[in-house]
Structures are given as structure tokens and as C-alpha cells.
Ligand binder design. Structure first.
Ligand code: CP3
Length: 345
């Protein structure tokens, strides 16, 4: 059956009159109704693994702002958790894991209970496929192997992924094994999301920007390419969006090699370059600076029209260059949504 949703049509490269939009991290701490449910759930992870609550949290921004796509509420770190790595989210600190930085620790992980552990997430996808308004598309997601590995190896977030880049040089064989495990588990996870009703997928490689060119090919392009191939063997037509954040000029090779259907563009990349170099090869998504959503006012509105006008000749999904910042006033998100709903190409 053909999918007529504006967001899906755009990802298929078709011309649409209005630019579809959603915002990365559109569910989250900037919404008081999110804070209320997270408190009721107990912790962030409890929220992720509670299908009823996770469904509700996914729907919250859609009710307020009427986006064209809803992103499943979960986190990229449920994969290491499902493989058996300890994980906790500490308030004000972010994720904390027991580092997997040698062969012995890697061997303690197992893919055996992957689906059993992630079953609540699949249930959330099923709920959402049922509950979403007809015009809203459901986006499933996962972290790319490199980005997930940076948390697994270091045990927490890091500024420049130093520990993981070092392990990739010093213990290349073990690191390759870790990436292989992530390619396999992430492929299976994303395939299951589509089985349960996800209509598009996004693969977040938030920290690919610190990789030198050759390492970018090895740890970003190659694993994502393999995941895309694995998914396509089961779901040949599911649109897949890549997000190699910080990749700059390497975006073009990323798209060609991985064969993603569309690419999400971060804030640092100019829209004229995207228009001239990326849009001719695939639909693009992006790339408003999330800080402008905090700031609001005339600079915000100007930037929104600037992006729309630059990218209107080709397929474009309006989005941010990275996730919504917790300090964002919801009324600024409302203002941008209203502009986007009224804008015609
Ligand atoms: O609305 C949505 O986008 C849906 C859900 C979503 C979350 N995380 C929820 C979340 C998505 C798509 C993610 C992706 C994610 N998670 C990424 C890739 C995208 C990016 O932002 O770069 C990464 C690197 C993570 C890992 C992660 N999760 C970190 C580093 C943190 C702590 C930092 C922070 O923002 O608090 C999280 C926590 C997290 N994931 C929250 C939410 C709503 C905040 C948790 C809370 O409620 O306190």
C-alpha cells in the first residue's frame, strides 16, 4: 500500500507543496507534561521500558505542535543495556555504564536476550502505530555503532571521544568485534521496529565528527552501510535517514556508500552547500540551530525562512541540526511549527 504521508513522500524524493517537519528530541525535558510523567515513571530508563508511558511521551509533542513525524521514545543506549552492560542515567550527569574496553569485558556481553529485553520498546511501537493521527509518520531509530561504542568504551559521555578513538588504534581487533556486535544487534533491533509499525528509520551517529577521514570510513560508513544492507534484505522499501553529525564534506561519500535514503544535516553545514552538493543525490533533513529555539524572536524566524528558502527546490524535511535543548521555551517550538504549517514552496 502506498504511504501518502508528507514526510514519507519527501523521503521518497517526491515533490510536496508543504515542507514536512519534526524536531530531534521533540519529546523531553522542555515539556512540563514530560517531566510529570518521568517523575511518575521513576527514572528515565523506567520511562523507556514502560510502553504505556513511552507511548504517551511520544504523543505529547504531536498534540501541542502537530508535527509530520513522531519519533519513538527510547534511547540509543538500550542496545548496550540489552547486551548486558550496566546502565544508569544519573540526573545532571547523563548515562553511566561499566566500561567495555577489553576483550574479556566484550565477551561478557551477549545478543541472546536482545529481543526479550527490548520487547517493551516494540510494544511502544505497536501502540503508536495504532494511536498516531493518520497524517503523522512513525520514526524508529537507533544509534550508529560508532556513537554507541563511544559510551560503551568510556562508560560515559566524553568531549572528543578520546578513549574510544584510542582503543580503535591500540586494540583494533577487539574494537572491530565490538562494532560487529553492534552492527548485528542494531540491524535486528531496527528490523523489529519496522515489523511492529515504524514507517521510517533514523540512525544517529552523533559523534562521527571526531573521526579522521580513513577512520570515518571504517567506523562510521562501513557499519552503517552494513546495517542498511541488513535491513533492506527484510524491508526493501523502508526509508532510512542517516545522521553523521559533524561529517561536513564527508556527507557526500557517506550517502553514496551507505545507500541511506536521506541524510540529516547538522548546524555547522551551510544550506547553500547542501542545496548544491547533497540535495541532487538525496533528500535532506535539517538544520536549524537548537540554540535559536532557546533564543526565539526575530533571529529564529529569519533562520527558519532562510533554511526553507535555500532548500525549497529539492526534497527537504525541516528539522534541527541536533536535539532540542532542555531550556527551550515551548512557545518558540510552537512559533516555528506555525510558520512551517503555513509555508508553501
Ligand atoms: O524525542 C526524541 O527524540 C525521542 C527520544 C530520544 C532520546 N534520546 C530521549 C532522551 C532519542 C532519539 C535519543 C537519542 C540519543 N540518546 C542520542 C543521539 C542523538 C543526540 O542527541 O546526539 C544520544 C547520543 C543519546 C544518549 C543520551 N541519552 C545522552 C548522552 C543522554 C544524557 C544527556 C541528556 O540529554 O540528558 C540521554 C538522556 C535522554 N535521552 C533524555 C531523553 C529525553 C533525557 C533524560 C531525562 O529525562 O533526564
Amino acid at each position: 500500500m502506498a504511504n501518502n504521508k508528507l514526510f514519507i513522500q519527501t523521503l521518497q524524493g517526491k515533490k510536496t507543496e508543504r515542507v514536512p517537519f519534526w524536531f530531534m528530541r521533540q519529546a523531553g525535558r522542555y515539556l512540563p507534561e514530560y517531566m510529570a510523567l518521568r517523575k511518575e515513571a521513576g527514572s528515565f530508563l523506567d520511562l523507556c521500558y514502560n510502553p504505556e508511558f513511552a507511548t504517551e511521551v511520544t504523543l505529547q509533542p504531536i498534540r501541542r505542535f502537530n508535527m509530520d513525524a513522531a519519533i519513538l521514545f527510547s534511547d540509543i543506549l538500550v542496545i548496550p543495556h540489552a547486551l548486558g552492560q550496566d546502565l544508569a542515567f544519573k540526573v545532571g550527569e547523563g548515562p553511566v555504564l561499566t566500561p567495555v574496553d577489553n576483550l574479556e569485558r566484550l565477551k561478557a556481553l551477549s545478543i541472546e536476550n536482545l529481543h526479550k529485553h527490548l520487547n517493551p520498546v516494540y510494544q511502544t511501537v505497536t501502540n503508536l502505530a495504532e494511536k498516531l493521527p493518520n497524517h503523522v509518520a512513525l520514526v524508529g531509530f537507533a544509534g550508529a555503532p560508532w556513537t554507541v561504542a563511544t559510551y560503551m568504551v568510556n562508560g560515559k559521555g566524553s568531549k572528543d571521544q578520546a578513549e574510544t578513538r584510542l582503543m580503535a588504534y591500540q586494540d583494533r581487533e577487539t574494537f572491530q568485534k565490538l562494532i560487529d556486535l553492534l552492527v548485528l544487534s542494531t540491524s535486528e533491533y531496527l528490523i523489529k521496529q519496522v515489523d511492529h509499525g515504524a514507517e521510517a528509520l533514523q540512525i544517529f551517529d552523533s559523534w562521527s565528527g571526531t573521526l579522521p577521514a580513513d577512520e570515518f570510513i571504517k567506523w562510521c560508513i562501513d557499519p552503517v552501510k552494513q546495517i542498511v544492507k541488513n535491513i533492506r534484505e527484510v524491508h526493501p522499501h523502508i526509508p532510512i535517514i542517516g545522521f553523521p553529525k559533524g561529517a561536513g564534506a564527508k556527507i557526500k561519500n557517506f550517502v553514496k556508500k551507505t545507500k541511506v535514503d536521506a541524510v540529516s544535516i547538522d548546524t555547522s553545514t551551510s544550506t547553500t552547500w547542501v542545496r548544491d552538493v547533497v540535495q541532487p543525490i538525496c533528500p535532506v533533513q535539517g538544520n536549524l540551530d537548537p540554540m535559536l529555539l532557546v533564543s526565539g524572536g526575530v533571529p529564529l524566524e529569519k533562520a527558519v525562512y532562510h533554511i526553507l528558502d535555500h532548500l525549497k527546490a529539492g526534497p527537504h524535511v525541516f528539522n534541527l541540526g541536533h536535539g532540542i535543548i532542555p531550556q527551550t521555551p515551548p512557545e518558540n517550538v510552537k512559533r516555528v511549527s506555525d510558520i512551517l504549517l503555513a509555508y508553501r514552496k
